[in-house]
Structures are given as C-alpha cells and as structure tokens.
Write a protein that binds this ligand. Structure first.
Ligand SMILES: Cc1cc2nc3c(=O)[nH]c(=O)nc-3n(C[C@H](O)[C@H](O)[C@H](O)COP(=O)(O)OP(=O)(O)OC[C@H]3O[C@@H](n4cnc5c(N)ncnc54)[C@H](O)[C@@H]3O)c2cc1C
Length: 499
C-alpha cells in the first residue's frame, strides 16, 4: 500500500524524505509506552512549511489520517496511529529559529525546533522564554510541547507552555495555513486541529541571578504544605519534590558516582571549582533522604534572590522541613538540557509515568487516595517487581503529581532506538515480561480513572487521557464546533477528539 501512495509525496519532498520501509514505519508508529493498533502507511519528512502544507493537502485528498511527530518524548500515544491509512509527518527538519525580536519581546521558531536549540540561541542574547522547556528539552520540540502543553523549567511562576505562547501558525486539514486569533484552544490539542508550523513565544531578559535551596521532610503531606506555601514567592522558577524511591533511583543510577562526576564538570563550568567540590561532598549523602523539595529562584540582584530564599526557608521550616544541600536543583540548572537517560530506570527497567494536576488545596487528598490505591495493589506490585516513584512539580496555583512505574522488561523497538549506547549494550537483551507490562498498563488506566473521579486535570492529552475531560458542557461544545469547522472529515490525529 505504501508504494502505491509514495510517489505522490516523492515529487513534493524528494524520495529520501519519504519513508516506506516496513520496519522503519513500525518504529515511527510507536512511542515510549509501546505500539498502537496500526502502523502508518508512510512517514514524511518535509523540510519547509510549504512542503509540509503540500504534504497535508495531498494526504487529505487521499483520505489519509495525518499525525505530526516531534521529538518523540511523549508517552500518551499522541503520535501513534489508530488506523493503517495514516501518514506521519516527522517535524524535525522544520527546526529554524525564524526571528528573535528583543525589542518587541518575542521569538518565532519552527515547530520542530528543540527547546535546547532555542535556549542556546536566546542565551547568546541574554534572553529567555518565561517557561523554557520540559526536562526532555534536548529532544522535545516546541510543536510537541505545544500540542501536549508542557511544564517544568520556569513553571513555578510562569505556568505551563500555554502561558508563554503568543501566537501560532497552523496548517489545517485542508492544507491551508492559518494563524488563530487566540492560540489557547490549540495548546494541548495533541494536534487534533492541525499541525503547528511555527510558534511565537514571549521573551523576557535572562535573569542575571539564580539561587538554589533544598529541604528534607519526614513525610509527603509536610512536603506538600511547604510546596504550596512557596507558590508566589518572587522569582520562583522551579519547585519540585521527590519521594524516597526517587532518591534510591538517583543513587542507584550512579548520580553520586559516575554521572555525578560529569555533572560536577557542568557545575564547575557554571559556578567555579570550589562549588563543584562542595557539591561532590553533598551528593554522596542523598541516599539518607526521605522526602525532598528543591527550588530555584531567579532575580535581578542577590538582594532579591536572598529575600526570596528567606521566604522559602520560612515556608519549609513552618511545614517541618530542614534545609539540606542544594545539589539537585543546582545540578539541574547547571545544564538544563542534558542527554536523556531516564527512558529506563536505574537498573534498565522500563519506565512509564502518569500524572494528575490539582489546585494546592486538593493535593493532599489526591496523594492520600493514590497511596491507598497502591497499598491495595501491594501484592500485585510485589509479584511483578514493580516499583513506584513519585514526583511533584509546582505550576503556579497548581501541583502536578506524577507516579512513575518501573518494572523489569525487554527494551522495545522504541527503546532500542532512543536509549543511550551504554544502556543498549547493558540492557538490550533484557527478557520480556509481558505480565508485568500488562499489570502496569492496567494500573495506569485505573489511576487515570481515579484522577478523573477526583476532578484532576492533566497535560499530554493524546489517546491516553480523555481530551474533553474536565471541560464544562459549553466548553466541550465549543471545542467540538472548532474541530468540525477545521477538520470536518476527522483526519487530523483521529483518536484524540472524535466528531
Ligand atoms: C525523560 C523525559 C522527561 C520529560 N520531562 C517532561 C517535563 O519536564 N515536563 C513535561 O511537560 N513533559 C515532560 N516529558 C514529556 C514530553 O517530553 C513532553 O510532553 C514534550 O513536550 C513532548 O514533545 P515532543 O516534541 O517530544 O512531542 P512528541 O512526543 O513528538 O509528540 C507529542 C504530541 O504532539 C503532537 N505534535 C508533535 N508536533 C506537533 C506539531 N508540530 N503540531 C501539532 N501536533 C504536534 C504529536 O502528534 C503528539 O500528539 C518528559 C518525557 C521524557 C521522556
């Protein structure tokens, strides 16, 4: 079937950018969480916006479902086809930075541009976007993050990607380009309204001062109380928490030995050798931690960051926390976008997160309900040797809570192409463990239902989280009307938002 259609696209973008090979198509049709129900008929790699628009037009004329694929760092089946008559558009050649306008405070880049590329280019001019990328930003693209919404760097004060976007250009199902008046409905749509071609983000001056703090807590509720209290601290850029299993994973992953040595090089380059030495001493104590909270504060002067630090310390102490060395946030910021090892657990386990986003006041209840759920599943978790680690991230007035599953299993086609060389050599022959995998998939689905019952929101809508969840009837009607207007035949990423 592929060959039959390929010739139409070869003429548009050149043979070398039309992928027909069956094994390649199978790989391109899977994500971190595995494969879907179907393998795409073709993968197209346009190099310009015009080529992209022509590909979409031609694909739509032939009744293809059309999906964009960015940095492949998602795990909610967003770019995994639901039918064979699908073309996947690989966006990575569309990665130009179109305009950095310091005066009018915006930057426009093509959607396949990575966060790292953007960050590096802006840093040269002492500029930054307010939200400036997910932890996966060495590979994750602006388009993929806009389609999923995303949060992490800068999010404690600046919110998710949605709050940093000023404008979008999109190619719709008819192959025509348009610029929506308001970008908001198009952020977090998983590409169901069209493919983002360029993204315009707000710019701020790169903050000249940065300070770090970390605190230890005996229990999760205390950490949460502190994290909520810290919100609205002037200049708070990141504020994230770990549980004991996360610390064990970091230690087991060699954070304090091998990677630690490489990370120390980054810290030394950024902060001087003396600081790197102190960091070395500190990292080795991580295994003693129970719960930990980590914060990065930015400001225009040391006086400003000192004032914020004093506030953070007071919030932590009020909640029963104690200051600990600030190694984790310092290392995270020394080089925000580093090569990704976290596709596997520290012992080569498969890894899969699920998350919920709630207002601060709801976070404790969410965590209690989730802990009760896992308590109930203890025997099943033990039987399959499944471990759970927890992460919390402050996003303005909300808390993102992320349970992460780790279990022994084979490396998938996706893993084999995306893990590090070392991981592939070490774990490439791991035995398949379909029973554990099945258990994880079921528990992940049950958690999504539980989170829905609690009224939690989420990012990363793909085919995993129901897209319209948590919207009022009026909002749902608006979204459906928009979909109907832009994509009446339901060709753009079917499975996300059906008509
Ligand atoms: C190790 C690791 C760390 C992570 N850390 C974070 C984090 O800190 N914060 C966070 O929010 N997420 C995080 N994620 C999840 C993921 O990286 C982000 O959601 C990221 O934004 C996805 O971008 P991508 O380019 O990889 O998108 P892809 O995975 O390629 O695609 C994601 C979705 O976007 C759609 N899409 C892609 N490009 C376009 C386009 N141009 N137009 C329309 N639709 C498009 C796809 O169809 C798909 O539905 C992490 C993932 C990993 C593996």
């Amino acid at each position: 079937m592929s060959a039959e259609y390929a010739e139409h696209f070869r003429a548009l973008i050149g043979s070398e950018h039309v992928i027909e090979d069956a094994a390649e198509r199978e790989y391109f049709s899977s994500d971190i969480s595995g494969s879907g129900d179907a393998i795409a008929a073709l993968v197209l790699q346009p190099g310009t916006v015009d080529e992209l628009a022509a590909c979409v037009r031609t694909a739509a004329n032939q009744g293809f479902a059309i999906l964009a694929r960015g940095g492949v760092m998602s795990y909610s089946k967003g770019y995994v086809p639901t039918r064979a008559h699908t073309v996947i558009i690989d966006m990575r050649r569309l990665d130009r930075i179109v305009e950095i306008n310091a005066q009018q405070k915006f930057v426009t880049a093509e959607a396949g541009c990575t966060w790292k590329k953007l960050y590096d280019a802006l840093s040269e001019q002492n500029l930054r976007t307010p939200f400036f990328g997910p932890l996966s930003g060495i590979q994750a693209t602006l388009g993929g993050s806009a389609a999923q919404n995303a949060a992490f760097f800068g999010s404690a004060s600046h919110g998710t990607m949605r709050e940093s976007v000023r404008g979008l250009e999109i190619v719709g199902a008819d192959g025509k380009l348009f610029q929506p008046e308001s970008p908001a409905p198009f952020i977090g749509d998983a590409g169901a309204f069209g493919i983002k071609t360029t993204i315009t983000l707000k710019l701020i001056p790169a903050p000249p001062e940065c300070a770090f703090a970390s605190f230890a807590f005996d229990n999760f509720p205390a950490l949460l109380r502190a994290q909520s209290a810290m919100a609205n601290t002037e200049g708070l850029a990141e504020c994230f928490g770990f549980d004991p299993q996360s610390h064990r994973n970091l230690v087991k992953g060699g954070f304090n030995l091998f990677e630690g040595a490489a990370l120390l090089g980054d810290v030394a380059r950024t902060h001087g050798i003396g600081q790197a030495f102190k960091t070395a001493v500190r990292v080795t104590r991580m295994r003693d931690l129970q719960y930990s909270l980590h914060a990065v504060v930015e400001g225009n002067s040391v006086a400003e960051t000192d004032a914020s630090m004093a506030r953070l310390t007071a919030c932590a102490k009020d909640a029963g926390g104690t200051p600990i060395p600030d190694t984790i946030p310092r290392v995270a910021r020394a080089k925000p976008f580093r090569p990704i090892k976290a596709l596997l657990g520290p012992g080569g386990e498969n890894w899969l997160p699920v998350h919920a986003i709630v207002p601060h006041a709801e976070a404790e209840r969410l965590i209690q309900r989730t802990s009760a759920y896992f308590e109930e599943k203890k025997a099943r978790l033990n039987r399959h040797n499944i471990r759970i680690a927890f992460l919390t991230v402050l996003i303005g007035e909300k808390i993102l809570y992320e349970p992460q599953f780790f279990w022994p299993d084979r490396l998938s086609l996706f893993h084999l192409r995306n893990v590090t060389d070392k991981q592939r050599a070490r774990y490439g022959e791991n035995a398949a463990n379909p029973d554990a995998r099945q258990a994880v998939m079921e528990m992940r689905q049950e958690l999504i239902v539980l989170f829905e019952q609690i009224g939690a929101g989420h990012m990363q809508s793909g085919k995993l989280y129901p897209y319209l969840q948590n919207l009022s009837n009026v909002e749902q009607a608006d979204i459906r009307a928009l979909k109907h207007r832009l994509d009446p035949r339901g060709l753009m990423n079917p499975g996300v938002l059906e008509l």
